[in-house]
Ligand binder design. Structure first.
Ligand code: GEK
Length: 249
């Protein structure tokens, strides 16, 4: 089944200058190039996914439940399944893009781990969560309306069992203009080094402007503290891309 997936399709969505620039959507065209897009755009993406698998190993036990919120093609679900073989964990992979969900089902179906990976279409702001030991929001909170972020994190805190962990990865803004500009510039250089042109970089930036709203780490931390998390720590940073853990004590 996996050889039917266009895993090697190159992201050229923002190449031409005469296109109508609509706000960015996770539609079929994005799904078709998603593996290439995320690897060439997000510094450390594979390291983060691998790290999440390793973190999950420390928090999950036999029969644990986990949520992968904004699962896209299921890379987080798969790394959790891979690092928890023999525990029969149950992973709920949720995404609101039907094109993502369909491709995700094909993708996870090509692997043979003992985890149950339940891929469902749903809006993570409306979903009720069952009790669980881990929740991952890998580069998805930034696409949620800022006014809805606190209630989402509160809901995650309530669903986590004591000792459970939330992992959030985000592109961040930095409080301080010089550092903010430096990290943005370094990220654009990363994209140029990965073959994106200046036009592609600026057109993608415009398309994302109203749909991807960045918070600073300070804002993320305040939100986690307000929800009730006490043990919060960054475990990965590459330029303005961050991943952090929050444990429910
Ligand atoms: C990965 N975590 O590969 N409800 C559910 N899904 C949503 C919502 C919502 N309200 N809003 C956006 N999404 C993945 C990468 S991508 C990040 C996550 C990126 C989904 C959206 O459809 C998309 O699949 C995902 O969140 C964001 O580890 O492409 O930069």
């Amino acid at each position: 089944m996996s050889n039917k997936l266009p895993e090697n399709a190159i992201d050229r969505l923002f190449l031409s200058s005469d296109q109508d620039l609509h706000p960015f959507k996770f539609n079929q065209s994005v799904v078709d190039v998603f593996p290439d897009m995320i690897n060439r755009s997000v510094p450390g993406y594979q390291t983060i996914v691998d790290g999440i698998g390793r973190i999950s190993q420390r928090f999950l036990s036999a029969g644990s439940s986990v949520y992968d919120l904004g699962s896209s093609l299921g890379n987080v679900s798969l790394t959790i399944a891979k690092h928890n073989m023999g525990k029969s964990v149950c992973i709920y992979a949720i995404d609101n893009s039907i094109a993502m969900v369909e491709r995700c089902r094909q993708h996870v179906g090509a692997y043979n781990y003992d985890a149950l990976i339940d891929v469902q279409q749903g809006d993570i702001t409306k979903l009720s969560l069952r009790p669980c030991d881990m929740v991952v929001i890998n580069f998805t909170l930034q696409f949620i309306e800022p006014a809805q972020r606190q209630s989402l994190i509160n809901k995650v805190f309530s669903a986590l069992n004591p000792g459970g962990v939330l992992v959030v990865s985000e592109k961040i803004s930095v409080e301080g203009q010089i550092m903010d500009e430096l990290l943005i510039d370094l990220h654009h250089e990363f994209k140029r080094d990965n073959g994106y042109s200046d036009l592609e970089i600026s057109q993608k930036r415009s398309a994302l402007e109203k749909v991807m709203i960045l918070d600073s780490f300070e804002t993320h931390k305040k939100r986690l503290l307000a929800a009730g998390f006490s043990d919060i720590s960054v475990w990965f940073q590459h330029f303005n891309f961050l991943s952090f853990c929050a444990v429910k004590s």
